[in-house]
Write a protein that binds this ligand. Structure first.
Ligand code: ADP
Ligand code: MG
Length: 724
């Protein structure tokens, strides 16, 4: 029987492309058809209930019980009309995936009959038996209850005959156990702080929200090949594999024509996503072979994140219909580019103004500069916290790997805006503000369309791109809530400080505009070190960043320390985003997941070595030995089997190295496993255990090159990356 690799290859060659048909040629005909959106709310709800939901979305006003009852009943009517039988609260626990627990609408009547029912209570709250979700010690086992509570700002939707209600997830004692609660709290803090600052310019602004557009990178691999790679299956990445002779060096994949089989898959998941109201807009090939990207049009941030979580889930499910597996891991293949999730972020007012969009008039420019400079100042002040928010065992492979931004947080502005800031920094305020009657006229002109908008610096982790900032360092598998909570909260905190500083000057008798410009100028000066326009991948930058005092923390367990610092505690406390207990719990959960993932990788490595790699190497080596023995027997001299002898020796050497290092790694694992302190344990796993990964892999990959191709059990990189 041929080995599993060849069986897998066999099935790939017989693949056919499933027919994909959108419900209509016009997307507008089916966009949002599976969402209880505003249009459907209007149709199914009373005026009063509709207004109540809108107030809840716009102003955070809670929906009262009676109205919830009415909304539940309307939701059920709509859902049942679409063939739905079950409902679930849909939430985002700290596992990183989404969770659901389905209940049926059906309730037996006791006389053999029954009805479909959905109460306001069931809409508002559920109590999932959730004692085994990560909680970082918040929930004692004797009080294992967790609650999910309805988030009316994200509309209910239907997947697979199930009505899904977006919810938050909290403990019995009210602590957040998910990603959504802190995000919503950060948005409340941001709204208040930003509106207060807006009032210097426009008293009519009542609300500020963040917007977010998430670009999602991913890899595709044939399902059979994926299943033949236990490392991909169990850890999401290849732990071994010699780089294919051709990889991305010809740069012939990026923006190239999309292969038919992939295109069918894209069309299929896009259709499903569009039905769920996810406004997908863009698709293209990415840099690495078999790497792709999709991006929606930006939305209100809470919804954008729900949509991204939902999208990742959809992409995974739909891929199976096409015999693909979608890889959302940050670095499935060493040696080619990894995947990220660019978070395009800006601030939008209820009047529709983008606060990060340079305006036409000098007054608008001052408003733009205010928010622009405050974001820079916030990132400067809390760069380490932003770094921590993107830290994970998987993203560690990508940051600083010369294809993704480094672990040093810096900001790219583009030359024009840099010049503007430099000009303000060096000019005298009296000159900028010119005369009394046209207070703003001396503000440097900011062109509404920026040159650097298209001419991007791809090496920067945080770049200004015309009318938004783009955080590029987020990992492809991450829940964007984690970095976005931090970004919003540090900006909120910064805006509070700004207002305090400006008001102080005004109280001293300074004119408002002079006060604003004085503080802007001060902030520009203070935060200068974070601005960097050069190549973020270069070694010089590492050196220069160190000289500037910027941190460069390369590993997750150390990057997370900042979560427990006094400065962070003060920030969280002031803005109400995390209690101290919650911050500690998150720290614990993140570390636990970090070391456990490395533990799994180490185990999978050990298993693969023993059960697949060494046996293949030994079988081939034995063949060579038999061959040499035969040649000797028939009386040939040594030169006739020199090559074989050399191969035999090389294979022996690599087998030996693999074995010895794997054994030493096991010893380090045993030592790490008994360490109680989670941080120490994670560092031991990171430095000691993971320290062996590269060496072991080096020798395994050498074996892959030496052993007869027909004997090699694991699909090779050229097969994983190029066969579609
Ligand atoms: P790229 O060249 O990086 O693909 P695009 O301009 O196409 O950049 O935008 C990428 C993402 O940024 C898209 O999701 C887009 O909707 C989003 N985006 C555009 N404007 C904003 C904004 N004001 N706020 C947030 N996201 C935005
Ligand atoms: Mg981008």
């Amino acid at each position: 029987m041929s080995n599993i690799r060849f069986q897998a290859l066999q099935s790939v060659f017989t693949r056919t492309i499933p027919e994909v048909k959108a419900p209509s040629t016009r997307i507008s005909d089916y966009f949002g058809s599976n969402v209880f959106d505003k249009k459907k709310m209007k149709e199914y709800l009373s005026k009063e209930a509709y207004q109540s939901i809108i107030d809840s979305i716009d102003k955070g006003v809670p929906v009262d019980r009676e109205i919830a009852e009415h909304i539940a009943s309307a939701l059920k009517t709509w859902a049942v009309s679409k063939g739905v039988t079950h409902y679930t609260h849909w939430f985002q626990p700290l596992t990183g995936t989404t969770a659901e627990k389905h209940d049926s609408f059906f309730e037996p009547g006791g006389d053999g009959s029954g009805i479909e029912k959905f109460s306001g209570d069931a809409l508002a709250q559920q109590e999932p038996d959730a004692s085994s979700f990560p909680n970082g010690g918040i929930r004692n086992t004797f009080e294992a209850r967790g609650y999910t509570a309805w988030d009316p700002s994200s509309p209910a939707f239907i997947i697979n005959q199930t009505l899904c209600i977006p919810t938050v997830f909290v403990s019995y004692t009210g602590e957040a156990l998910d990603y959504k609660v802190p995000l919503l709290k950060a948005l409340v803090a941001l709204d208040k702080a930003a509106v207060d600052v807006c009032h210097y310019f426009d008293k009519g602004i009542e609300k500020v929200n963040a917007s977010l557009g998430i670009e999602q990178e991913y890899f595709l691999v044939d399902l059979a090949l994926f299943n033949a790679r236990p490392d991909l299956l169990l850890t999401g990445r290849t732990l071994f594999g010699h780089m294919s002779a051709k990889s991305q060096q010809l740069e012939d994949h990026y923006f190239g024509s999309i292969p038919d089989r992939v295109l069918a898959y894209m069309q299929d998941f896009e259709t499903e996503a569009l039905k769920l109201g996810i406004p997908l807009k863009t698709r293209h090939n990415e840099v690495a072979p078999s790497q792709f990207e999709c991006a929606p049009i930006y939305e209100e941030i809470n919804l954008a994140i729900d949509h991204n979580q939902l999208l990742m889930d959809l992409m995974d499910k739909v891929a199976l219909r096409h015999n693909f597996k979608v890889l959302l891991h940050e670095k499935p293949y060493a040696g080619v580019n990894g995947s990220g999730k660019h978070n395009n972020w800006s601030l939008i007012t209820n009047t529709g103004k983008n606060l990060l969009s340079p305006g036409k008039t000098p007054k608008n420019n001052l408003m733009f500069l205010t928010f622009f400079v405050n974001v820079i100042r916030a990132v400067y002040e809390h760069a380490d916290l932003l770094r921590a928010s993107i830290a994970s065992v998987t993203n560690d492979h990508r940051l600083g790997a010369n294809e993704a931004p480094p672990a040093i947080i810096s900001i790219f502005l583009g030359s024009q805006l840099n010049e503007v800031l430099d000009e303000i920094e060096t000019a005298r305020i009296s000159r900028i503000m010119k005369d009394e009657n046209s207070l703003w006229s001396g503000i440097p002109k900011i062109p509404p369309i920026l040159r650097d908008n298209t001419d991007r610096n791809r090496t920067s982790p945080f770049a200004f791109t015309g009318n938004k900032f783009e955080l590029r360092a987020v990992g492809s598998s991450a829940n964007s809530s984690s970095p976005m909570t931090i970004l919003n909260v540090i900006v909120a905190d910064q805006l509070i400080k700004f207002k305090y500083d400006v008001d102080k000057l005004i109280k001293k008798g300074e004119k408002k505009d002079v006060a604003l410009m004085t503080i802007i100028k001060k902030y520009i000066k203070e935060s200068k070190a974070i601005r960097f326009e050069g190549n973020g991948y270069s070694e010089e930058w590492e050196k220069e960043a160190a000289a500037r005092g910027l941190t460069n923390i390369k590993s997750t367990p150390k990057a997370l320390d900042i979560l427990l610092s006094e400065k962070t505690a003060e920030l969280f406390n002031k803005t109400g985003v995390f209690s101290e207990r919650e911050a500690h719990a998150r720290h614990e959960i993140l570390l636990e997941s970090f070391y456990k993932k490395l533990q799994i990788e180490a185990r999978v490595m050990g298993e693969l070595i023993n059960s697949a790699i060494l046996p293949a190497a030994i079988i081939y080596q034995t063949k060579l030995v038999d061959n040499v023995r035969g040649l000797k027997e028939i009386g040939l001299e040594e030169t006739a089997y020199n090559v074989q002898m050399d191969l035999i020796r090389k294979i022996s050497n690599h087998i030996n190295e693999v074995q010895t290092n794997a054994k030493q790694m096991l010893e380090e694992r045993k030592k790490a496993n008994v360490i109680e302190d989670m941080r120490e344990k994670s560092i031991a796993y990171d430095e000691k255990v993971k320290g062996y990964f590269d060496t072991i892999r080096y020798h395994v990959d050498k074996l892959e090159q030496l052993v007869d191709d027909a004997q090699w059990p694991l699909p090779k990189f050229r097969e994983l990356l190029f066969i579609k």
